[in-house]
Design a protein around this ligand. Sequence first.
Ligand code: C2E
Ligand code: CA
Ligand code: CA
Ligand code: CA
Length: 273
Amino acid sequence: KADKSGVTRFFEPAMDTRFRKRHVLQQELRLAIARNEFVLHYQPIAKIDGSIVGFEALVRWHHPERGIVQPSEFIPLAEETGLVAPIGEWVLREACREAASWDKPLQIAVNASAVQLKHGNFAALVESVVQRSGLSARRLEIEITEGVLLTDSAVALRNLHQLKEIGVNIAMDDFGTGYSSLSYLQSFPFDKIKIDRSFVANLPGNAQSAAIVRAVIGLGHGLNLPIIAEGVETHKQLAFLAREGCDEIQGYLIGRPEAIESYRMLTGKSQKR
Ligand code: C2E
Ligand code: CA
Ligand code: CA
Ligand code: CA
């Protein structure tokens, strides 16, 4: 748009700052990748009886000045810019290397973004990372959100089938928050359904949430898929989920995401070389 001076300005001042902030963050993200500033925290996953069956790896950015930055503050931009691919590759390598060093053969869940799933060689990358780490592919679970599958689903589908062939499990993350959950369940080879935290949060008091969670558990079992509830914070939520036959739980009630050293009692001694 042209102002009085005849200079063409494309951005309102507010938009301009936002744009610059994004630009700075993007530059910082590139540097962070080069400098290896990411760390993984691990959150335990339990069977409904409380026994630990695995961990989900969750990335954090250890920023030189700002300290620990949560994924919600950089994953969206990383996805837009494609930087989530190198970050995700590091996450995968680090999580597999870590899990391979445990005494106990627990599961390790890793989040994958749409951007990664759309790369034709994603499954091949996972295969080579798993092989090099020495982890059994059966211990690895890749979590994807349904949004992943909206575009370029042919490539994503091929990747998912290839992952299954090598023995990797696939979980549908944040179930119920997207638009086409049900048709995805029919088209894609999932091994597990994770009920989104937003439905668990209002249990057991909220009748709507209770009905939805009950229905999702029924749906999963009808399809022979185990159901995991995320964001379980209270004993009352756990009691409801147990009563309804939910298979696994994850949430602050069991444990928060922490550096793996905090969970050595569960993983067994690290055999890191
Ligand atoms: P998500 O995959 O749904 O991960 C679960 C999020 O819920 C985590 O947030 C976890 O800390 C939080 N959470 C777990 N239990 C509870 C609870 O009881 N109460 C509450 N209030 N929150 C709980 P986090 O670590 O901030 O991660 C946010 C999102 O960032 C993840 O959601 C995931 O979508 C994304 N993300 C994290 N790590 C990665 C990664 O390595 N790659 C990709 N592509 N995305 C990642
Ligand atoms: Ca997840
Ligand atoms: Ca989730
Ligand atoms: Ca989520």
